[in-house]
Design a protein around this ligand. Structure first.
Ligand code: ASP
Length: 337
C-alpha cells in the first residue's frame, strides 16, 4: 500500500526533472542556431546538431572568424581549430592548426569516429582529412589577403611576440630572442574585434549532451598557434551526467583555466548554469582582469546561462538559444561583469 502510494507520488511529482531539449551557441550566429535546432528536431542526434551548426558557420564564415578566409597568421595562411565531444561516451575528436580543409568540424568528428585518437594537428591532420574524403583547397580569400598585406604594410604590428627582436633591420620576423626577458604588460587582446568562435552545446529529450567548437583563431597569430577551441575542457566540454559548456575569447589566456570543464563540474556539484558560467569567468578574471571572453552553460535539465568579462569591446555578450517553446532561435544577451 505504502509502495503504491510512493510510486503514485513519484509519477505525479518526479524527483528528477526531465530533460528539456535545448541548443545554445555563442554569438548571434542565427543560421547556425536554426540548422542545429532543426537537425535535432528532425531526429538527428545531439552530435549531428553540433556538427551541422558549426559546419554551416564554416561555410558562412560566421563573423569572419569561423571557417576559411579569416584570421590570417603571420604568413598570411588561415588555419582552423575544431572539436566535438560526446557527453554519453566522453569521446572527443579534435583538429588543431588544420590546413587547407574547410570543414574542420567534420574532420574533428571523423577523428572521433574513425580513429582511436583524440586530436590531430597540422599537416598530418590534413593528410588524415584527405584520406577520409575531405577536399584540400586554399583557405585564402581576397579579404584575408588584404588583412595580411595591410598588416605587412604596418610593419607587422600588432603581433603576439614578446621578448624577441627582429633578426634583420625590418620590424617583421624572423625574430630572435632579446637579451633580456621582461614581464609582459599585455593586458588585452591585440584586436578584440578580430575573433569569435562558434561553440554549440546541445541536449535532447533523452538527456544526451554534446558540445563542439569551430574557429580560425586569431588574426596575425604566430604560425602553429593553437587556441583554446579544440582543447577539451577549455573550448568546450560535455558530460551527459552533468551538462555542457563552450567558451569563446582570448584562447591563449582562457585555456590555462579549463573554463568549460570547470563550469560542467560546478553544475555537477549543483550550481545553476549562470552561476557556473560566472564562476568560470571569475576564476580567469582574478589573474587576468582585462581578458576578453565569454562562456555558455547548460545543465542536464535544459536550464542554461552565460557569462562574460567586461572589456571595452564587450559590455554584453550575445548568444542564441533554441527550445521547443520557441518558433525560431532566440537572441539572448548577458551583461558582462
Ligand atoms: N577562442 C578563440 C581562439 O583563441 C577565438 C575566439 O573565440 O574569439 O582561438
Amino acid at each position: 500500500m505504502t509502495l503504491l502510494f510512493v510510486s503514485t507520488l513519484m509519477l505525479l511529482f518526479p524527483l528528477v526533472e526531465a530533460a528539456r531539449p535545448v541548443v545554445i551557441n555563442t554569438w548571434p550566429f542565427k543560421n547556425a542556431a536554426a540548422v542545429a535546432w532543426d537537425t535535432l528536431q528532425s531526429g538527428g542526434s545531439v552530435l549531428d546538431a553540433v556538427e551541422k551548426g558549426c559546419a554551416l558557420c564554416e561555410v558562412e564564415q560566421c563573423g569572419g572568424s569561423v571557417g576559411y578566409g579569416g584570421s590570417p597568421d603571420e604568413t598570411g595562411e588561415t588555419t582552423l581549430d575544431a572539436m566535438i565531444m560526446n557527453g554519453d561516451t566522453m569521446e572527443v575528436g579534435a583538429v588543431a592548426n588544420l590546413r587547407r580543409i574547410k570543414n574542420a568540424i567534420g574532420v574533428a568528428r571523423a577523428v572521433m569516429e574513425r580513429t582511436e585518437q583524440t586530436m590531430l594537428v597540422g599537416e598530418s591532420a590534413t593528410m588524415f582529412a584527405e584520406n577520409m574524403g575531405f577536399i584540400a583547397e586554399d583557405l585564402t580569400t581576397t579579404k584575408s589577403m588584404n588583412i595580411f598585406s595591410q598588416w605587412l604594410k604596418g610593419n607587422c604590428q600588432p603581433n603576439y611576440r614578446k621578448n624577441v627582436v627582429p633578426d634583420s633591420s625590418k620590424s617583421c620576423g624572423p625574430y630572435k630572442p632579446s637579451a633580456t626577458l621582461k614581464q609582459s604588460n599585455r593586458t588585452q587582446h591585440a584586436n578584440p574585434n578580430s575573433h569569435d568562435t562558434i561553440g554549440i552545446i546541445a541536449l535532447d529529450q533523452d538527456g544526451h549532451v554534446a558540445a563542439g567548437t569551430s574557429t580560425n583563431g586569431l588574426t596575425h597569430k604566430v604560425p602553429g598557434r593553437v587556441g583554446d577551441s579544440p582543447i577539451i575542457g577549455a573550448g568546450a566540454y560535455a558530460d551527459s551526467s552533468a551538462g555542457a559548456a563552450a567558451a569563446t575569447g582570448d584562447g591563449d589566456v582562457m585555456m590555462r583555466f579549463l573554463p568549460s570543464y570547470l563550469a560542467v563540474e560546478l553544475m555537477r556539484a549543483g550550481a545553476d548554469p549562470s552561476t557556473a558560467c560566472e564562476t568560470a569567468i571569475s576564476r580567469i578574471k582574478r589573474h587576468y582582469p582585462q581578458f576578453f571572453g565569454a562562456i555558455i552553460c547548460a545543465n542536464t535539465t535544459g536550464h542554461y546561462g552565460a557569462a562574460c568579462n567586461k572589456v571595452p569591446a564587450l559590455s554584453q555578450f550575445h548568444y542564441m538559444v533554441s527550445t521547443s517553446e520557441m518558433d525560431t532561435p532566440l537572441l539572448k544577451s548577458v551583461d558582462c561583469f
